[in-house]
Ligand binder design. Structure first.
Ligand code: ADP
Ligand code: MG
Length: 407
C-alpha cells in the first residue's frame, strides 16, 4: 500500500496564496510509486477540505467553486490511525474520507508555520514534516528568534520590540525606545514581529517616518521589531536540511529585489512596483542568482551561519536561513529563519544535487523518524496515582491532599 500523504496548505495567513503554490509544486513532485498525495486545504476561515480537484492550481482561480466540488472534513485519531471524516457527517453513506499516514506541511505564515498546526498534528500523533511546535513558534516570532540566536552566539542585529499597547500609551516613549534599541541612528527598519513576505515592513529615515512605519506595522501585528537598516546590503539565503542528528547546507542564493528592500511584489509577482506577474511560480519567479557570487570563504561562512541558526532554534526538516551581508565592512548577520520556506527551497537543493522528489522523501523520512522517537518516550510512571486517590483535602489541602499519591 502506498503511504497516504496529506499535503496541508492554505490557512489564516497573509501568505495563504503563496502556500497554495508551494503545495501544488510539492504534490506534483512527490514520488508516486511510494506516496499518494491527498489535498488537505485549510481555508482562511480555518475549515479543512479535501478533494482531487484541490491538487490542481487551476481550481484556485475560483475558490468558492472549488470548495463546492470538494469535501469538508475533520481529522480524528481512530486506534492506530488518523482518518479524515466528512463534516457534517453523511447520513446514508460512510463519512470516512480515508486514512492519512503523514502530513507534508506547505503552509506559510500564521496558523500553519507558527506551531499551531504542528500542535494539532502532535495531538493527533500524525507524523508531519518540518519543525516541531517550539521551533516553529520561535521561527515565526522575530523577537524570540533573535533571543535564540543571541543565546547561541549567532550574529544578528540588536533591536527593540514595541507593542501596540506601548505605542498608543506613550508614542514618544515608544519611539525613543525604538531608536535606542536600533542603535541610536537612522535609517531604521520596522517589521511586524510575526509575519513574512515583507508584509507591513517600512523604512524610516527620521522620527516622523518612524511613527508612520510603526503605525503601519502595528496594523498587521500586535508588536513591531525595530532595528538598524543596513544601507549597503546584499541578501544571501541558504537552505538547511536535517535535524539535530545531522544537517547540511545548500548552495547560497542572492535574491535580487528592485526596491529598497524586497517587497511582496518582488518576491511573488516577478518585479517591483506595479508588476503584474501571476505569481504562479512562487519563489521560483523571484529573480535570483544561484549560486550567489561569493568568495569560497564567504560561502563557507554563510553556510556555517545557516547551520548555526538552524541549530539555535532547534529546527528540523528543511528551512531557509536569510542572511544580510553588510558590504560596508563585510560582516554577515542572520536576519531570520523561515521554517517552511517558499517552494520548500527545492530550487536550492536542485543546485546542490538533490531533486525535489528526493528532498520530499527525506522530509517525510525525518517526519517518521521524529514520530518513532516520540513514540518511544514514556508518558506514565509505574505508580498509578489515581488508583486509591480521593479528593480528601484535609489538613494539607490541594496536591498534598490526594491520598495514595507518589509525591
Ligand atoms: N536590518 C535590515 N536592513 C536592511 N534591510 C532589511 C533589514 N531587515 C530586513 N530588511 C529587508 O526587508 C526584507 C524583509 O525583512 P524580513 O526580516 O526578512 O521579514 P519577512 O519575514 O517579511 O521576510 C528583507 O528581505 C530585506 O530586504
Ligand atoms: Mg524574509
Amino acid at each position: 500500500m502506498k503511504i497516504r500523504v496529506g499535503v496541508f496548505f492554505g490557512g489564516q495567513s497573509v501568505e495563504h496564496e503563496v502556500s497554495v503554490i508551494t503545495a501544488m509544486q510539492a504534490a506534483a513532485a512527490l514520488d508516486r510509486t511510494k506516496y499518494e498525495p491527498v489535498a488537505v486545504y485549510v481555508t482562511k476561515e480555518l475549515a479543512f477540505f479535501t478533494g482531487e480537484n484541490l491538487l490542481s492550481i487551476e481550481s484556485f482561480r475560483d475558490i468558492p467553486a472549488a470548495l463546492r466540488a470538494a469535501q469538508r472534513v475533520t481529522l480524528v485519531r481512530d486506534g492506530a490511525e488518523v482518518h479524515m471524516t466528512a463534516y457534517p457527517p453523511k447520513k446514508l453513506r460512510s463519512s470516512d474520507m480515508g486514512v492519512l499516514h503523514a502530513a507534508l506541511l506547505a503552509f506559510h505564515g500564521t496558523t500553519g508555520e507558527d506551531g499551531c498546526m504542528q500542535g494539532m498534528l502532535e495531538t493527533l500523533m500524525l507524523p508531519y514534516t518540518g519543525c516541531d511546535v517550539t521551533a516553529s513558534a520561535i521561527g515565526m516570532d522575530k523577537w524570540a528568534m533573535k533571543a535564540a540566536f543571541m543565546m547561541n552566539g549567532v550574529p544578528c542585529l540588536p533591536a527593540a520590540r514595541i507593542s501596540r499597547t506601548e505605542y498608543y500609551a506613550d508614542t514618544a516613549a515608544a519611539a525613543e525606545c525604538a531608536e535606542r534599541g536600533a542603535g541610536g541612528s537612522y535609517p531604521i527598519i520596522v517589521k511586524p514581529y510575526n509575519l513574512g513576505s515583507s508584509v507591513g515592513i517600512g523604512l524610516a529615515h527620521d522620527r516622523a517616518e518612524l511613527l508612520t512605519a510603526l503605525e503601519e506595522a502595528l496594523q498587521y501585528s500586535n508588536a513591531a521589531i525595530c532595528e538598524r537598516a543596513i544601507t549597503s546590503l546584499r541578501e544571501i539565503n541558504c537552505s538547511v536540511l536535517g535535524d539535530s542528528d545531522g544537517a547540511r547546507a545548500s548552495v547560497c542564493e542572492e535574491p535580487l529585489g528592485q526596491e529598497g528592500f524586497l517587497s511582496y511584489a518582488d518576491k511573488y509577482q516577478g518585479g517591483g512596483k506595479g508588476a503584474k506577474g501571476s505569481g504562479s511560480e512562487g519563489m521560483r519567479s523571484l529573480s535570483r542568482k544561484v549560486p550567489a557570487e561569493l568568495t569560497p570563504e564567504q560561502t563557507a561562512q554563510a553556510q556555517k551561519l545557516a547551520l548555526d541558526a538552524f541549530g539555535a532554534v532547534g529546527a528540523e526538516g528543511v528551512a531557509r536561513v536569510d542572511l544580510m551581508l553588510d558590504t560596508a565592512d563585510g560582516s554577515f548577520y542572520v536576519n531570520e529563519i523561515n521554517t517552511i520556506p517558499g517552494s520548500l527551497s527545492f530550487y536550492l537543493w536542485e543546485h546542490s544535487g538533490l531533486s525535489f522528489t528526493q528532498l520530499l522523501d527525506e522530509l517525510l523520512e525525518l517526519a517518521f523518524k521524529r514520530r518513532r522517537r516520540r513514540d518511544s518516550l514514556h508518558f506514565s510512571f509505574d505508580v498509578n496515582l489515581l488508583a486509591n486517590a480521593t479528593l480528601g483535602g484535609g489538613k494539607n489541602g490541594g496536591k498534598g491532599g490526594v491520598k495514595g499519591g507518589a509525591s
